[in-house]
Design a protein around this ligand. Structure first.
Ligand SMILES: Nc1ncnc2c1ncn2[C@@H]1O[C@H](COP(=O)(O)OP(=O)(O)OP(=O)(O)O)[C@@H](O)[C@H]1O
Length: 695
């Protein structure tokens, strides 16, 4: 089908824009979606492989909806993906379609988005906008769920189903378009959504899958499994691809493996890559710690590693350099497969097992492997893509072939049934006034995918949770169930009610807490991601005893909670070093973490301090002022006296300290002692600061 045929549905202007993007003809699954009612207003589930054009299907449907006066919400699982989609959709502004993005603080309403036609956001942020009753949510006429198969995710899946159920309650005629990878039970998702299902295995570039073992590759071909000659090791397979002008994406199970393989491969890659010294320098712009140095050394020769320990700008830099074909090989942990779109000629899956606590080394899921394999083949550059699993022996290769290459991905199952998810969403359903009886709450949850998949009633579970919320003082029940003021606040702050309870109790009991006690308090909540304890971390216990009298909680050495407590305390100690201006690299090596981990801990702590401040305020507890100040220090990683300086753009914790020690404590001081400041932090930076803040 030619795109010209779409004029009546999306306008000739939109068709012209598509042509400018080089799209003149629809891919077969796209055509199928059109034929099956993409412009008819019915709900749809599109379950097709990676890179087969799902996003364009959504764009066509959204443009059609906007032309008819509708408003679309496009939800993705990660902030990075939201930015990627926002950049893509911005192109539609050329024909007058307003595109907005919302990924900021959880309790903001982002009212300015009232004017946007298409709003891109994460599922969590969308749910928090519903909780905070952003006015424009009522006007949403179409919901697009990207990566809908992530309903299966233990951490992020529940919010997708609850969001769907809520938005359908708000607007019963809401249209839903769910985009998913190929999964065996896409029909269940379609039936749950009352949607037309479009399924296809079509790919724009053929994908060949196989298993490598030293000397040979078992390949799946149209005629069956064949065996072809190959090199002795992964390096030789990589070399072969580079020789043919392709790029390689390698998945490893751990960060350490990814890093050391990238380092090892840099001596192979350097013969095929141009000089990337400029990129290596860029890697070190914000951080010169051990991990960044290793990354810079690899990148110089066109090889890189990619995992959650990198800083955001480093990840983006690597991804961009790979797209520009300067970086030729990326060794990544599996987080990359679920994230941004980064195809390569060859995908090598080296980490086919993963360590799971209590279970040891287990195979990854077939669906995870398929997600990685699906990254092979770069549209416009490669005529085919190839995915290879790495095995040690022929026997193992045969086993991998059967289990993964010929295996069927697992079914998607709802994760909403776990207590913490139900607790979290039950409070919001009551606070938003969606339901105010047990039957009403049950009725609400009966429209979720969980209820679709599970026949048993949730009544007892919900009753137990409501009783718990009542005991904590978050809901009141006398015939009808309503949220108390604090319950409503906790729902809007988007924290686990258990976190809310811990904070509320602290607000009730204490009017004086030390810096360390406050830091430890937020680390006691289920919303904080805790650092792990290493064997060499005995010092954590010693430090904990030193602070024993200050803390709000200190279990007995014999308690089953003692080890968990040490993890909480270690995390608090890390934040303590951060707000006391310990050097970032020193913190990373002391706590055994990477810069990206530190930033994540800091970001979560900042959010929790904001919530704690609001709850203290609500309780009329004067500690709220102190909590607010500490929150500000966490944001910037500084002692109290630097807060004013770091609020200035371009002034980070290091520059602020230099200025402060020279007697420059504010913007006024900076203006007055400009030449001193220029000597300390550079003329260009001072110019930038003054240009930004000159009154
Ligand atoms: N009909 C088409 N003709 C030419 N190129 C197309 C067409 N449809 C999509 N593309 C291009 O193919 C590439 C992959 O498409 P897209 O990102 O939409 O796939 P996807 O299925 O959404 O991928 P993912 O599974 O990663 O979300 C994009 O560069 C897109 O512009």
């Amino acid at each position: 089908m030619q795109v010209d045929e779409l004029k009546e549905h999306i306008s000739s202007y939109a068709v012209e824009l598509l042509k400018e993007r080089g799209i003149s003809k629809l891919y077969p699954p796209q055509e199928e979606a059109v034929r099956r009612g993409l412009f008819s207003g019915r709900n749809m589930v599109i379950a097709i492989p990676t890179a087969s054009g799902k996003t364009l299907i959504a764009e066509l449907a959204m443009i059609h909806e906007v032309i008819r006066g509708g408003k679309c919400l496009y939800t993705v699982p990660l902030k990075a993906l939201a930015s990627e989609k926002y950049r893509e959709f911005r192109k539609w502004s050329d024909i007058g379609v307003e595109v907005g993005i919302s990924t900021g603080d959880y309790d903001s309403r982002d009212e300015w988005l009232g004017n946007a036609d298409i709003i891109v956001t994460t599922s969590e942020k969308a749910d928090s906008l519903v909780r905070n009753q952003a006015g424009w949510i009522r006007n949403i006429s179409m919901l697009v769920i990207d990566e809908a198969h992530l309903i299966d995710s233990a951490k992020r899946g529940a919010v997708i189903e609850v969001l769907v159920a809520k938005l359908r309650k708000i607007n019963p005629s809401l249209r839903i378009l769910a985009l998913s990878a190929t999964i065996p039970n896409a029909d269940e998702i379609a039936e749950w959504l009352n949607a037309e299902l479009v399924e296809s295995e079509w790919r724009p570039i053929p994908l060949y899958e196989g298993v490598f073992y030293p000397g040979k590759i078992l390949k799946l071909n149209e005629g069956g499994v064949i065996e072809v000659k190959a090199g002795r090791n992964v390096e030789s397979v990589v070399k072969e691809t580079l020789e043919e002008g392709g790029q390689v994406l390698i998945f490893e199970s751990t960060r350490r493996n990814a890093e050391s393989l990238a380092e090892k491969l840099s001596s192979v890659v350097r013969d095929y890559a141009e000089d990337c010294s400029d990129l290596a320098e860029e890697v070190l712009i914000e951080n010169e710690g051990e991990m960044s140095q290793r990354l810079a050394r690899c990148v110089r020769y066109g090889s890189a590693f990619h995992h959650a320990g990198l800083l955001n700008y480093q990840r983006e830099l690597i991804e961009r350099a790979f797209r520009e074909r300067r970086v030729k090989v990326i060794c990544a942990t599996p987080t990359l497969a679920a994230g941004v779109n980064l195809p390569a000629r060859r995908v090598i899956v080296k980490g086919i097992r993963r360590y799971e606590s209590g279970m040891g080394s287990v195979f990854i899921k077939v669906s995870e492997y398929k997600q990685m394999a699906g990254r092979a083949g770069r549209p416009g550059l490669d005529s085919y893509g190839e995915a290879l699993i790495v095995a040690k022996t022929r026997n193992e290769a045969v086993e991998m072939m059967e289990r993964f290459v010929l295996g069927e991905p697992e079914k998607v199952t709802s994760k909403l049934g776990s207590e913490n998810h139900l607790r979290f969403h039950t409070l919001s359903v009551i606070a938003e006034g969606i339901a105010n009886t047990l039957e009403g709450i049950e009725d609400f949850f009966s429209s979720t995918f969980f209820a679709y998949q599970n026949e048993f009633t949730m009544r007892w579970e919900i009753q137990r949770i409501v009783l718990q919320l009542e005991k904590w003082g978050f809901v009141r029940s006398d015939g009808t169930i309503v949220a108390t003021e604090i319950g409503d606040l906790i729902s809007r702050l988007y924290i686990d009610p258990l976190t809310g309870y811990i904070f509320k109790e602290a607000a009730r009991r204490f009017d004086n807490l030390t810096e360390m006690a406050l830091l430890h308090l937020i680390c006691r909540t289920p919303d904080m991601e805790l650092l792990y304890l290493r064997k060499s971390d005995e010092w954590v216990e010693e430090e904990a005893y030193a602070f024993r009298d200050e803390l709000t909680y200190f279990p007995s050495y014999y308690s089953s909670e003692y080890d968990w407590f040490l993890r909480e305390f270690k995390t608090a100690l890390c934040l303590h070093d951060w707000v006391n201006e310990r050097d970032e690299d020193v913190i990373c090596s002391k706590y055994g973490i990477a810069p990206g981990d530190l930033r994540r801990v800091v970001e979560t702590a900042e959010w929790l301090f904001h919530a704690l401040e609001r709850i203290m305020e609500h309780h009329g507890n004067g500690l709220s002022v102190e909590v607010g100040r500490l929150g500000e220090r966490i944001r910037h990683g500084v002692r109290e006296e630097l807060v004013e300086l770091v609020k200035l753009k371009w002034i980070g914790r290091k520059r602020a300290r230099k200025l402060y020690n020279a007697g420059i404590k504010s913007l006024d001081d900076l203006v007055e002692k400009r030449s001193v400041a220029e000597r300390l932090i550079g003329k260009r930076i001072v110019e930038r600061v003054l240009a930004e803040h000159r009154r």
